[in-house]
Write a protein that binds this ligand. Structure first.
Ligand code: AMP
Ligand code: MG
Length: 486
């Protein structure tokens, strides 16, 4: 057991102090019967919080009902483009920023709640969250973290004892989330819309200090901030693509300035490789389909550029020219990150030249798409092919001649099987397993969820007893649909 400091935990209010125009002091709603469903003990320790204390006297911190003295919980204001349409006032309608704390390695982290009750930003919503979707955010965000992808983290999910009305009545929950901040593209859009250039500048400076400190020393710090966000998002989305992650709701209010993945709603991992894959029930046009994500990110960054134009140059035409030129780097960053990720997935040694790597990658993508091959298990099985056993991967194709020709060409490049195993996961939170775990958990059985978490928390390390977790969904699972507004 760790000792004393936790009960006297100090939460800073840096966001609220530096940007009061964007922070509405607010209180979490009471929780009639709070119970910890999941506590992320390693993360708690990383933050200097004693897990035993959190389960006991500290439970009120995880629900926002008992915050440390001096803390100022706030609902954060932001705007956002949702599926292309602009909403000038979104903000935390069911969330609160409790404050910031310094973790064991000296990093400033936001402690934030989701499902903590209505706020002045709730519009028609109830401010609440159901157990299933909060556990879903826990599992998927922790899986992303274990895959090495920048993301917000989940500290805990606490059931509240308060029923939540959705299509049916569901048990309610609060998610305690940790992030390097909750600054979004939509935060800048909100600040820009106030026409208060001083506020916009302070927001940009706050973002530089927290996420991109090198920009402070640049000749033009606000332009350097923009360039850093473009680079961070390009790299992030490339990582999503490499593991087959579909965010599902890439609105500008769901895109961070830090480059962390945020707001796990209708997200899911692809099974069969198909760029047109959409899971979200409301994404009927396929705007946020798997293969459209890089373009959606670039579009969001153009909205970010618009929001900060007054910081880029006094003259608007000059500012636009600067923004357009800087945004041009998105494609270069994305391509570089994706190509080097694909090289790693294919185990290609450094000596393989760029043209050959790119041609063999393109050929493989065409084969995977034509035969709708399961993305995760294919790349893992390719590791066995590099060791001389191509059958497990070969059996996934209809076009056997195409696979054989490709494999001969690839093997001639000398792929490194051990390196492939470090980059191609065995376990991702597959949709059928997530659904099974959430259904059981909502009915009070947490065992399948614990098992799934065990699998996805060490995604590259194949273990006996978890065979089911490495397999694609059975055909009977059918097409998968996810829902927002949960
Ligand atoms: P999201 O789809 O989670 O990114 O949320 C979009 C916006 O809707 C944000 O402003 C949320 O705060 C708000 N929102 C989502 N669900 C609720 C809810 N149950 N009650 C109030 N506001 C909500
Ligand atoms: Mg959101």
């Amino acid at each position: 057991m760790t000792s004393a400091p936790t009960p006297t935990l100090a939460l800073d209010s840096r966001f609220a102090r530096e940007l009061p125009e964007l922070a509405l002091p607010w209180q979490a709603v009471d929780t009639p019967d709070p119970r910890v469903l999941i506590l992320n003990e390693p993360l708690a320790r990383e933050l200097g919080l004693d897990p035993d204390w959190l389960r006991g006297d500290g439970l009120g911190l995880l629900t926002g009902t008992r915050v440390p003295e001096g803390a100022t919980p706030v609902a954060q204001a932001y705007a956002g483009h949702q599926f292309g349409g602009y909403s000038p006032r979104l903000g935390d309608g069911r969330a609160l920023l409790l404050g910031e704390l310094v973790d064991g390695s000296g990093r400033l982290r936001d402690l934030h709640l989701k499902g903590s009750g209505r706020t002045p930003f709730s519009r028609g919503g109830d401010g609440l969250a159901a157990v299933g979707p909060m556990l879903r955010e826990h599992v998927v965000s922790e899986a992303m973290h274990a895959l090495g992808i920048p993301t917000t983290r989940s500290l805990a999910v606490v059931s509240t004892g308060r029923p939540v009305q959705r299509e049916t009545v569901l048990p309610g929950a609060v998610l305690a989330r940790v992030a390097s901040s909750h600054l979004r593209v939509g935060t800048f859009q909100y600040a820009r819309a106030t026409d208060d250039i001083d506020l916009l500048g302070r927001l940009a400076d706050h973002a530089i200090a927290r996420h991109h400190p090198a920009a402070a020393a640049a000749e033009h710090p606000h332009l350097a901030l923009f360039e850093a966000v473009v680079a961070a998002q390009a790299t992030l989305v490339a990582q999503w693509m490499l593991v087959g992650f579909v965010h599902g709701v890439m609105n500008t209010d769901n895109m961070t300035i830090s480059g962390e993945t945020i707001d796990y709603g209708p997200c899911a991992f692809i099974d069969a490789f198909d760029p047109a894959t959409v899971f979200s029930s409301i994404d009927t046009g396929g705007r946020y389909a798997y293969g459209n994500q890089p373009v959606a990110a670039e579009w969001n960054l153009a909205r970010f550029a618009e929001a900060i134009l007054p910081l880029l140059a006094d003259d608007q035409d000059a500012a636009v020219a600067i923004a357009v030129e800087s945004l041009g780097a998105f494609r270069e960053h994305y391509s570089a990150a994706w190509s080097s990720g694909m090289r790693a997935k294919l185990g290609l040694p450094d000596g393989v030249d760029r043209a050959e790597a790119s041609s063999i990658t393109a050929e493989l993508i065409a084969l995977l798409q034509a035969d709708h091959v399961d993305h995760t298990s294919f790349f893992r099985r390719l590791g066995a092919a590099a060791r001389g056993d191509a059958e497990p991967a070969r059996g996934m194709f209809l076009d056997l001649a195409g696979f054989d020709a490709w494999t001969t060409r690839w093997l001639a490049l000398g792929p490194d099987a051990a390196a492939m195993d470090c980059t191609n996961p065995v376990y991702v939170p597959r949709n059928h397993l997530v659904e099974e775990a959430l259904t059981a958990a909502t009915d009070g059985d947490l065992a399948p969820l614990d098992r799934l978490l065990e699998a996805v928390s060490s995604p590259y390390d194949e273990r006996s007893g978890l065979e089911r977790h490495a397999e694609p969904a059975p055909d009977s699972f059918g097409a998968y649909t996810t829902f927002c507004g949960t």
